[in-house]
Design a protein around this ligand. Structure first.
Ligand SMILES: N=c1c2ncn([C@@H]3O[C@H](COP(=O)(O)OP(=O)(O)OP(=O)(O)O)[C@@H](O)[C@H]3O)c2ncn1[C@@H]1O[C@H](COP(=O)(O)O)[C@@H](O)[C@H]1O
Length: 107
C-alpha cells in the first residue's frame, strides 16, 4: 500500500520552498538534535546519514513510479525535496543560487 498524506491542497512551490528552507535554517542554527530531525541530520557525528537519505529517498521515488501510484510518488518527492533542502543548508547553496543554476540552462 502506498504512503499517503491527508488533506493535500495545491500550493505555491516558490513560497513553500522558501518557507521550508527558512525552517531548516532555524533548526540548523538553533535546535538541538534531541528536538529536531533536521538538526540530527546536520550533526557532524551523524556522518553520511544525510547523504544516505538522498539515495534512499530517490529509490523510494523509483519504486513509487514503478507502481504508478500518483499520491505515493508525490509523497516521496516531498521527502527527497526536504532532504535536498537540508543538503543546500549544509553546503551553503541558497535557493536563489539554485534558481540561477536552472535558469542558466534554459535555451
Ligand atoms: N518536510 C519535512 C520532512 N520530510 C521528511 N522528513 C523526515 O524524513 C524522514 C524520512 O525518512 P523515512 O521515510 O525513511 O522515515 P524514517 O525511517 O523515520 O527515517 P530515519 O529516521 O530512519 O532516517 C522521516 O523521519 C521524516 O519525518 C521531514 N522532516 C521534516 N520536514 C520539515 O522540516 C521541519 C522541521 O522538522 P524538524 O527538524 O523535525 O523540527 C518540519 O516542520 C517539516 O516542515
Amino acid at each position: 500500500m502506498g504512503v499517503r498524506t491527508a488533506n493535500v491542497k495545491d500550493g505555491n512551490i516558490g513560497e513553500t520552498l522558501e518557507g521550508l528552507a527558512a525552517v531548516i535554517h532555524q533548526r540548523a542554527t538553533s535546535a538541538t538534535p534531541e528536538e529536531s530531525y533536521t538538526a540530527r541530520l546536520l550533526t557532524p557525528e551523524k556522518g553520511d546519514k544525510l547523504l544516505s537519505k538522498l539515495a534512499e529517498e530517490s529509490s523510494e521515488i523509483i519504486m513509487a513510479c514503478k507502481d504508478e501510484d500518483h499520491d505515493h510518488i508525490r509523497y516521496e518527492m516531498g521527502d527527497l525535496l526536504y532532504h535536498i533542502l537540508v543538503v543546500a543548508e549544509k553546503y551553503g547553496i541558497t535557493l536563489d543560487e539554485l534558481a540561477g543554476e536552472l535558469d542558466a540552462r534554459r535555451h
